[in-house]
Design a protein around this ligand. Structure first.
Ligand code: ADP
Length: 261
């Protein structure tokens, strides 16, 4: 069965007693509660790598007679966790700045065809490590009004996920087309897919369908929350279609024309 989730909305900003979230108004109490949950989740997420780093360094500290080589395993483990922690903090800082209105979207005329080619070219070596390759089918000159840095980040998040959750030796197709309704970009992988009852939740901060897999692949559980924020800021739409053990398709839609920002 194919599952679908559509999301449109925007970051939280204060508006006389209410937080404005996309097109709906959320009472302050709920907004504060959300922030508290976010803080609790963030602390919890950071506690795990800290504990792993501490344990590994303790082993190194207390094993004086081991050779440097045998200690490298513990040092490597600690290093991996520090790297993951760094990524979590970076993503958290982005979302915190986004929530408080500190991320300024600077729209200009951007060439999405060029950006997609550029990002796929840069990510091809990472995909190649697992025998995964990109197939781009793009209209020429997909021009939109957008923030180049943020749209690049959005593409990186979606392609990174497509790689992380794909089976080895498969392809990831990227379609880009324009019609009278605007620009549509589709990223299709042949990966593990997402179960119907999980699909609505993957945009929630820290929500991961398979926590262990996300962790081994270096995930933070914040990528799609950031992706959604970026899409919202561009007044676009993001939709997921997925089938377990078949693959996932992420569909982006932008209709803001250059000169109409
Ligand atoms: P993560 O850092 O864990 O990848 P994301 O916020 O980017 O976090 O995604 C949330 C969850 O959604 C992932 O942990 C994964 O379970 C699921 N997911 C995202 N993209 C895909 C995909 N292309 N295929 C299958 N599952 C996906």
């Amino acid at each position: 069965m194919i599952s679908i989730a559509v999301l449109v909305g925007a970051s939280l900003s204060f508006l006389g007693g209410y937080f404005l979230s996309g097109r709906s108004l959320i009472p302050i109490k709920k907004g504060v509660q959300r922030q508290q949950e976010f803080l609790a989740d963030a602390s919890h997420e950071l506690r795990t790598p800290i504990a792993v780093i501490q344990t590994n360094l303790e082993v190194v500290k207390t094993s004086g007679d081991e050779t440097v080589d045998s200690q490298m395993t513990w040092v490597d483990n600690a290093y991996d966790e520090v790297t993951r922690m760094g990524r979590i903090v970076e993503d958290l800082m982005f979302l915190a700045r986004a929530d408080s209105g500190d991320v300024v979207i600077q729209k200009e005329s951007i060439d999405l065809t060029y950006l997609i080619k550029n990002v796929t070219e840069k990510m091809a070596p990472l995909a190649g490590k697992r025998g995964i390759y990109f197939i781009n089918t793009l209209d020429d000159d997909l021009i939109m009004a957008g923030d180049e840095k943020q749209i690049t980040q959005l593409l990186v998040i979606l392609l990174d996920n497509a790689i992380k959750y794909s089976n080895e030796n498969t392809s990831i197709q990227i379609l880009g087309k324009q019609d009278h309704l605007g620009i549509t970009v589709e990223v299709m992988d042949q990966g593990i897919g997402i179960a119907p009852d999980e699909i609505d939740r993957v945009f929630q901060r820290f929500y991961r369908v398979d926590k262990a897999r996300s962790k081994t692949e270096g995930g933070t559980g914040l990528g799609l929350a950031i992706a959604k924020w970026i899409v919202d800021e561009h007044h676009g739409g993001i939709l997921i279609e997925s089938e377990e053990n078949k693959g996932t398709k992420i569909i982006l839609h932008f209709n803001e024309e250059v000169g109409n920002r």
